[in-house]
Every structure is written in C-alpha cells, then in structure tokens.
Design a protein around this ligand. Structure first.
Ligand SMILES: Nc1ncnc2c1ncn2[C@@H]1O[C@H](COP(=O)(O)OP(=O)(O)OP(=O)(O)O)[C@@H](O)[C@H]1O
Length: 563
C-alpha cells in the first residue's frame, strides 16, 4: 500500500470529517489573522485619534473594530477546539481502519510467511507504522493545505489594502513553503529512513530481550545485552537530535523570513502613507497581519518530516502485507464436508519454502474415520511438519491430501477448523485466566463443562486447589503453570472444540506414567468416536492406539512394514 492507495482508503472512509477538519483549520487560521489584523488597526486608530485631540477621539468609532476583535478572538478559540476534535477523531478512525486492514492482510500470512519476521518488528509495523500513516492527515495534509489556502487569502486581503504588501506576503509564505520546508524534507529523508530501521531493530531487540530476560540472567549475558541496547538507544538519540535540530533550525528561519517580510511590508506601508495612499492606522494593521500570516508556515518543516515518516511507514506496511499467503484460501471452497472423513495422503512430497531438504518424499497412507493411529519416527524427521500440512500452514509440492475424498486445499478455512483440532508440540498460551484460555476454544462452554474437560485431562484437581480456581491467571505463555500442566491445558482446548479429528503432538510429554495413563483413558472415553492421530516418542502410548505408522526416509508406512 502506498500513500496514494492510503488516500483512496481515506477518502472513502472519512471524506466528510476530513474536509470539515480542513475547513475548521482554515477558519481558525483566518480568525487568528483577522484578530491581529484588526487589533493593529484598533490600537493604532485609537492612538492616532487620542493624539489628534478631542474632536478626533469622538469621531473615531471604537465599537466596530472592538466588536470585530471580540468576534475573531471567540471564533479562534471555538474553531481551534473543534478543529482538534474533528481532525484527531478522523485521524484516529483512519488509524483504526488501517489496523483492521493490516490485520486482515497479515493474518493469512501466519505462520509460514511470518517465520522470518521478528515479533518486535511486526508489532512496530502494526502499531507505530499504522499510527504514522494515520497521522499523515493531521500532520501533513492539514498544515500544507492550510498554509497554501490561507497564505493565498492573507496575501489577497493585504493586497486589497496595499497591492505591494500582498505581493511581499505571498513571496514570503511561498519561500517558507517551497525551498525551506521542502529542503528540510529532502535533508531529513535519509536520516528518517535510518531512524525507522534503527527504531525497528531496537524494538525487536528489546522485545526479544524482555521475552528471554530469564535466559540472559541465567547465562550471565544480561549486562552485555543491556550495553548493546544502550548503544542502540544512543544511536537512535543522535539521529533524533539531528532531525529535531533540522526542524527547529527551519522554524527559526521561517520566523526570520516572517520578520524580514513584515519589515518590508512596514517600509512599503510607510512609503504609501507618505504618498497619501494609506492611513497611519493601517500601517500596524498590515504589519501585525503579516506576522500572523506566518503562523501557518511554522508547522511546515515538521509536516515535511511527517510526510517522509508516513511514506516510509506506508512502504514498510506494504512490504509486510503484500506477501501472498503460502497456502491461499480457495477462491470457491468445496460446498460441504463428506463423510466418512477418511484422510488419504497420496504420493506426498514436501520441503519447506526456505529449504531444499526434502521432509516427505512420495509418502502415502490412509487413516479411516474413527481410527486411532500413532505416528512414530526419529526426532527431526518431519512428524510435526506433517501436521503443518494437514492444517494447511505450508503448501506441499507434489501429491495429494484428501479428507472425505475432498482435496484439502478446497476446504474453506471454517470447514477445516470444524474438522481438525490440534494440540501442537510448540503451542502458544495467551496471558489470561484458565477460563479465558478455555473459552478461546469454546466461548459458550459453562463452568460445569469446563471442569468436565479439565477432569479428562487430569487438571481439575489442580484448578480446584488453585487460589482463584478457573479465574487463576496462567501468565505469559502459561509461565505460571508447569510444562505438563500447560500442555494439558492445550489438550483441553483441543477437546473443547469437539471436532471429528484430533491431532495430538506428544500429548503426554512431561507427565508421569500414572497421570499419562489416566489422561489417555479419560481422553478415549470422553471422545470414543474421535479419529486420533497421535505423534509420540513414548512407547507407553502405543497400546492406546489401534495401529502405528512410522515416518522414516520421507516415507510413512505401517510400523510392521519398516525394515
Ligand atoms: N519452519 C521451518 N522452516 C524450515 N525448516 C523447518 C521448519 N520447521 C521445521 N523444520 C525442519 O524440518 C525438519 C522436521 O522437523 P519436525 O519438527 O517436523 O520434526 P519432528 O519429526 O516433529 O521432530 P521431533 O520428533 O523432534 O518433534 C527438521 O529438520 C527441522 O529443522
């Protein structure tokens, strides 16, 4: 997604609030200009009338400019408030749209296309980059549009009173918009790009460090890690200082240009006064109006930097979101599931997209619905990889996988989820309560059902004794649980989903033999009709299965046929 596409999203979603925000920003700037413009006239007019004697004082009508000053002062306050309200609301809503858009693009990429992306970097893209693009409207569009539109109007108003002062004002504002602000944009661009990379790296490193802090401490590597982060932080600060210096330098230059323009407007006004073309009261009016006009140019250097930041953020989002899913969901999914839901794998060959090492090589096997099958094989040969193929996380290069005679690739994501539950070896548990964790699998399950499932996986006693029972917090990745407890909670999630197929990857790892036996007994009596594929290294599980398949040399065959 580039900024242009983003603008399309923006105009469709928030066209009217965006235009209203711009209109309010312009009215606020015009009110500010009008306030100073009239104040100058009021003060100078009153002073001149005072100096000219009683008759002139009585002839000078204070009411009109004083009312104008009050009007513009009130208008400025009200429109500035409303402008902030409307523009920030539009910007936040835009960020919201962008985050939803980013999520819908990223979600189908998981896990295969995201394995090379660091978690912290992805988070930074999801949060900071969407923020930056969302703020493009308030931080770039509004300042530039306001400077151009109001600059023209200010020059026009000044020009009506004194033609040359209008030209001088237009020239001054133009210099601020073009060479000064755009110069800052050009000079900032390489550093902003470097800053984005540095910040992404820093956030990724920081996220990794926090996630693995325990390991760093036990390995005695925490100090070195902190020093590395400190060095990164200092590099970041140096780049930020340079950019802030550039921006404040440009703002000072704009102030200087504003003063020079005001000086030239005063000189032109004095000349016109001597020629009798202007009254004395109009000189400070033009001068103060000119100073006020440059207020709209002040935010432009920051707006240029914000533009580059938004552009880089849009490029980063584009890079993260434009990848096509490794296994795209079918354009027209198969209409319904056919029973029996037999699994047939025919001539299957597979290697990971980032590697040429074959994991499966023309493998074939069948599992009938209702069977319980153990899959064994030496470590690292590809048992868990087979699960990734059955859940469509990775594409296979040759062969065919069918469920109920229907190609797996034609299943809708929903139908696939209704067919298979997986208790994976490398699972992820979200921080939350035991109840939250189980409700992820079945949000409608009541407490009695949850306790029943927990009994099946031999975890109910632990939950009953926990201080807050089902409301006990399990911590990040189930840190507050033992490895075996966390694994059984994942198994409970799989059982709660009540799918016809259960795929269990080392379900009893970390359990003592007694608990393992009780768990398997409970599981089989709770789901007597389920088709089970159980990957295991434990011989003690084999008696619970109907038969055993062995994975060796990329082939999967019945254990008794293994040479
Ligand atoms: N995402 C990946 N990208 C590239 N290679 C991978 C990926 N995941 C696993 N592998 C490789 O694929 C091979 C098979 O891994 P897999 O986890 O399927 O083995 P396994 O038989 O389940 O092992 P274990 O019994 O130890 O769990 C390994 O050599 C592993 O390094």
């Amino acid at each position: 997604m580039n900024l242009l596409t983003f603008s399309g999203l923006f105009t469709r979603a928030l066209r009217w609030p965006a235009l209203l925000g711009l209109a309010l920003a312009c009215v606020a700037a015009l009110a500010n200009f009008g306030l100073l413009f009239l104040s100058g006239w009021l003060l100078a007019g009153a002073a001149c009338a005072g100096a000219a004697g009683l008759a002139a004082q009585q002839a000078f009508n204070m009411m009109l400019p004083a009312t104008g000053v009050r009007f513009f002062a009130t208008l400025r306050i009200v429109t500035r408030y409303l402008e902030r309200l409307v523009t920030h609301d539009a910007s936040l809503r835009l960020t919201g749209h962008l985050r939803v858009w980013t999520y819908t693009k990223l979600a189908p990429l998981a896990p295969a296309r995201l394995t090379d992306t660091r978690g912290g970097d992805l988070l930074s893209r999801f949060v900071s980059d969407t923020d930056r693009v969302g703020q493009f409207y308030t931080e770039t569009v509004i300042p530039f549009a306001r400077a151009i539109l109001c600059g023209l109007v200010f020059a026009l108003i000044s020009g009506i009173i004194l033609k040359n002062s209008g030209y001088a004002l237009a020239l001054g504002v133009l210099i601020c918009i073009l060479p000064v602000s755009l110069g800052v944009g050009l000079l900032s661009a390489p550093r902003l790009r470097a800053l984005t990379t540095q910040r992404g790296d820093f956030q990724a490193e920081l996220a990794d460090t926090l996630a693995g802090l325990g390991e760093y401490l036990t390995l005695g590597a925490a100090d070195a890690r902190i020093q590395a982060l400190d060095a990164q932080q200092k590099t970041l600060q140096r780049t930020e200082r340079y950019l802030a210096g550039l921006e404040s330098g440009a703002r000072s230059l704009i102030t200087f240009i504003g003063l020079l323009t005001t000086l030239s407007v005063v000189m032109l006004a004095v000349q016109a006064f001597h020629q009798g073309m202007l009254s004395a009261a109009e000189i400070p009016m033009l001068a103060l109006g000119c100073l006020a006009a440059f207020d709209v140019a002040q935010p432009l250097p920051a707006a240029c930097q914000a533009f580059t930041r938004a552009r880089i953020a849009a490029e980063r989002l584009d890079a993260a979101c434009s990848a096509t899913p490794c296994v795209p969901a079918p354009a027209t999914p198969a209409p319904a599931l056919h029973t029996p839901l037999d699994l047939t794998v025919r001539d299957l060959s597979f290697h990971y997209p980032n590697s040429q090492t074959p994991i499966l090589h023309h493998a074939s096997f069948t599992i009938r619905q209702g069977e319980r099958v153990a899959l064994v094989g030496a470590s690292g040969l590809g048992k868990s990889s087979l699960i990734s193929l059955l859940t469509r996380f990775y594409p296979y290069q040759e062969g065919e996988i069918t469920f109920g005679g229907q190609d797996l690739r034609l299943f809708s994501t929903e139908d696939l989820a209704k067919t298979i539950s997986v208790a994976a070896q490398n699972f992820h548990l979200f921080n939350g309560t035991i109840r939250d964790t189980l409700h992820l699998a079945d949000p409608t399950a009541d407490d009695a059902h949850l306790h029943g499932i927990l009994r099946t996986v031999q975890l109910d006693e632990f939950v009953q004794q926990a201080p807050h029972k089902l409301d006990t917090l399990i911590g990040d990745e189930g840190m507050a649980l033992s490895g075996g407890q966390a694994r059984r909670l994942v198994l409970a999630q799989a059982l709660l989903r009540n799918t016809p197929w259960l795929i269990l990857d080392e379900p009893t790892e970390g359990l003592d033999q007694k608990t393992e036996y009780a768990l398997m007994q409970g599981l089989l009596s709770a789901r007597p009709d389920a088709t089970i594929l159980c990957i295991t290294h434990r011989r003690t599980l084999i008696p619970f299965m109907d038969r055993t398949l062995t994975l060796a040399d990329g082939q999967i065959c019945p254990a008794e046929e293994v040479p």
